[in-house]
Write a protein that binds this ligand. Structure first.
Ligand code: NAD
Ligand code: ZN
Ligand code: ZN
Length: 342
């Protein structure tokens, strides 16, 4: 079968032929319907997040059950499922509460999940090591909804934790309206009454944000961006800032507009640093670095999609086109999420 492989940090991905895997005891063989192309893969390919290759990329996956390993019960071949991506030990306190994204044994586990240290979903088939990592999709088509498992789950987790501050009289700032950000705007619109300001450096992304429900858009490459936002929110400041870039300029922008008793959530992994101190952070600000989401939250995200309240904007490509798709993502040319469809 065809697979898109991470070789080593600093090298481009390679599309190669590898053997179709067989599910061992307790495992599930998934026929991939779609594998999302996440900006985190670019950090992995660049070597910014160290991994030992080779392995198949793709940590945002959905498909149909092709075969059940020995002992797997309660699932049927052909069932459409999303793969819960952050694979923990399954046994620690956090894993038991479905928050495998915060597994306490993460340092001793050889993979962060399929596509992040071991074989993922950018292939015709993928092995999922345990049925606890599957979530039923019911009426949704796996090739349309793979982004729910990361591009939507990650902002949903950050937004849910910020709910106490996302009141109808509050303002939320979304920085970066790409794969994650375009889902964040929709999730905020569907689940809160807060006023949404979306910021990006690309006019097309800002146009997209308005179509998805952002109340106001700001070109953050503009030097006046912080002043424009402060004029809009006045002394109260931004109640919740969600930074889906995480570079120094975006973190500095977010930190300069949040008010007292606010929340600054840095989701993007572009290497910026939050300068957190009494003289440059408003009193009461909660600074948080959320990671992915819980399995229970993935169920909630799927429910939002099933009822039509959120929808990933997807551009579909063949596995063979992966290198070009990654180039387009790096250049900021993907609108919504690119998904590889075998
Ligand atoms: P993407 O490439 O699809 O979107 C990034 C968006 O940010 C684009 O619209 C781009 O125009 C915009 N942008 C870039 N620089 C900007 C700037 N200086 N100011 C404003 N906007 C800017 O990326 P994505 O897949 O949505 O991922 C976003 C980030 O989130 C990546 O760093 C990724 O690694 C990270 N991520 C984190 C988690 C987590 O759990 N913490 C999960 C998934 C992804
Ligand atoms: Zn990701
Ligand atoms: Zn664990």
């Amino acid at each position: 079968m065809k697979a898109v492989r991470f070789i080593e940090g600093g090298k481009p991905p390679e599309v190669v032929d590898i053997a179709r895997p067989e599910p061992g005891p307790g495992e599930i063989l998934l026929k991939i319907g779609g594998a999302g192309v996440c900006h985190s893969d670019l950090h992995v390919l660049d070597g910014a997040v160290p991994f030992k290759g080779p392995f198949t990329l793709g940590h945002e996956n959905a498909g149909w059950i092709e075969a059940l390993g020995q002992g797997v019960e309660g699932w049927q071949e052909g069932d459409p499922v999303a793969v819960y991506g952050p694979w923990g030990c399954g046994q620690c306190h956090h894993c038991q509460t479905s928050a495998e994204n915060y597994c306490e044994r993460h340092a001793s586990i050889p993979t962060m999940g399929g596509g992040l240290g071991s074989d993922g979903g950018m292939a015709d088939y993928m092995i999922v090591p345990d049925s606890r990592l599957l979530v039923p999709l019911k009426g949704l088509d796996p090739s349309d909804v793979a982004p729910l498992s990361d591009a939507a789950l990650t902002p949903y987790h950050a937004i849910k934790a910020a709910m106490p501050q996302l009141t109808p009289d509050a303002t939320v700032l979304v920085i970066g309206v790409g794969g994650l950000g375009h889902m964040a705007v929709q999730i905020l619109k569907a689940t809160t009454g807060a006023r949404i300001i979306a910021a990006d450096i690309d006019a097309g992304k800002l146009d997209h944000a308005r179509k998805l429900g952002a109340d106001i858009t700001i070109d953050s490459s503009d030097k006046t961006a912080a002043d424009e936002i402060r004029d809009l929110v006045g002394g109260r400041g931004v109640a919740v800032a969600l930074d889906f870039v995480g570079a120094q300029p975006t973190i500095d922008l977010a930190a300069s507009v949040v008010g007292r008793d606010s929340r600054l959530s840095v989701v993007g992994l572009a290497g910026g640093v939050v300068k957190y101190s009494a003289d440059n952070t408003p009193y009461g600000t909660q600074v948080t670095i959320p990671y992915w989401g819980t399995r229970a939250e993935l169920m909630e995200v799927i429910a939002l999609a099933e009822s039509g309240r959120i929808k990933a904007q997807v551009e579909k490509h063949a596995l063979a086109d992966a290198p070009e798709v990654y180039d387009r993502l790096r250049e900021g040319k993907v609108n919504g999420r690119a998904v590889l469809v075998p």
